[in-house]
Design a protein around this ligand. Structure first.
Ligand SMILES: Cc1ncc(COP(=O)(O)O)c(C=O)c1O
Length: 399
């Protein structure tokens, strides 16, 4: 019999979409896929060569649970150089992707029933990981006038004596927003005096179009209450290599390392050595990727503003997502035969079945009425996808 923990787990809200994409592709239909949260760039040469060298030089044995010392040193160097935050290797734990950082942090900090504030819209895995680890996700309603960015005020409304942690996704998946220093300070001002931990998921931090990216850990009074989550999946990119990392206090890092020692030991040594070379090499490749993302974001934003003004979107400042407000077609979608309670999902399925464009429904991120577009694909596909979205919106509006 399956455990209650597993029975309570909700499958990802994008599963149905992905399954239909596979079905259509198997039937020979070409899909414009704007649903994938994975960079379309290959892993940098520095990382690839680092991995190959590790294999050839037999650097493939068991190592320390919190991660290879050379990689933890490289991570400290990166955090100091790029984020202005100082950590020592005993404060770093290297994991199998950022997902494991989040799981490690929840298992290390949460007691059964502890509340974790999760601002909506949220990345799909946060609530499920919190539940698996015995915590209680509490969804925080954010405000449209703040572009749905979490504020200290929002936290104040939802915090109780059971609140142990908040999860901040910055830059945000799915919003594409980036918190300013003042906004982060506002969050710290509420969390720190109440002893609420701030899990700051900064995996998209290098993909930032704002004037600066500010890490939560750089707000000095918040640093000791921050569990910084980052990784190499999106930035190098090294999605399939599975390297994430946590930076936090030495006490929490030590506990996480012990936990990880029992569960997975550490990530692949080949991937860890690749990570060392990736982090210690120059930033030309990252710069090239960011340039491309910016070009696509600007082209997609310009297209939407000109061609589809009835579909407003959150001004993107980072990551590679556009969050589009499709409320203009709400009544048309809800009037369709077989409509469900989630009109963003119905719209998404209709778009996929009729126009062969895959996007993610806002309902998967806890916010119906929106769709998420990933611009981690070539510009022609993005514009083609947007023009088909426009066709569907116009058809629905004319009903
Ligand atoms: C916000 C956010 N955090 C964490 C992750 C997990 O990243 P990783 O591949 O390093 O496990 C993702 C992946 O899509 C993400 O979007």
């Amino acid at each position: 019999m399956l455990s209650e923990r597993i029975k309570n787990m909700v499958p990802s809200g994008t599963l149905e979409i992905n399954a239909r994409v596979f079905e259509l592709r198997e039937a020979g239909t070409e899909i414009v896929n704007l649903s994938v949260g994975e960079p379309d760039f290959n892993t940098s040469d520095a990382a690839k060569i680092g991995g190959i060298k590790a294999i050839v030089e037999n650097k493939t044995r068991y190592d320390k649970a919190p991660g290879l010392m050379e990689l933890r040193e490289a991570i400290c160097g990166k955090l100091s150089r790029e984020n202005g935050v100082e950590y020592t290797p005993d404060q770093i734990v290297v994991t199998n992707g950022a997902k494991q950082c989040i799981t490690n942090a929840c298992l290390t900090l949460l007691n059964p029933g502890d509340e974790v504030l999760i601002p909506a819209p949220y990345w799909v895995s946060y609530p499920e990981i919190v539940k698996i680890c015995g915590g209680k996700p509490v969804f925080v309603e954010t405000k449209r006038e703040n572009d749905f960015k979490l504020t200290g005020e929002d936290i104040e409304k939802y915090a109780t004596d059971k609140t142990k942690m908040i999860i901040l996704c910055n830059p945000s998946n799915p919003l594409g927003t980036v918190h300013t220093r003042a906004e982060l300070q506002g969050i710290a001002d509420v969390c720190v005096p109440r002893g609420i931990y701030i899990m700051s998921d900064e995996v998209y931090e290098r993909i930032c179009f704002a004037d600066e990216f500010v890490s939560m850990a750089s707000i000095s009074e918040a640093k000791d209450m921050t569990v910084l989550i980052n990784g190499l999946s999106k930035s190098i990119p090294m999605t399939g290599w599975r390297i994430g990392y946590t930076a936090t206090t030495a006490e929490i890092a030590k506990a996480m390392g012990s936990l990880q020692g029992h569960i997975t030991s550490h990530p692949s040594m080949v991937s860890q050595w690749a990570g060392v070379d990736a982090l210690n090499s120059g930033s030309d490749y990252t710069g090239m990727m960011i340039g491309k993302y910016r070009e696509r974001m600007e082209a997609a934003s310009a297209y939407l503003k000109k061609e589809l003004p009835e579909v407003p979107f959150i001004e993107p400042k980072g990551a590679f997502y556009l969050f589009l407000d499709i409320s203009c077609v709400k009544s048309a979608i809800e009037a369709l035969p077989g409509a469900t309670e989630e009109y963003s999902k119905d719209f998404t399925m209709k778009l996929l079945n009729e126009k062969h464009v895959a996007v993610a429904p806002g309902s998967a991120f806890g916010m119906d009425g929106f769709i998420r577009i990933a611009y981690a694909t070539d510009l022609d596909s993005i514009i083609e996808g947007l023009s088909r979205i426009k066709d569907l919106v116009k058809e629905l509006e004319s009903k």
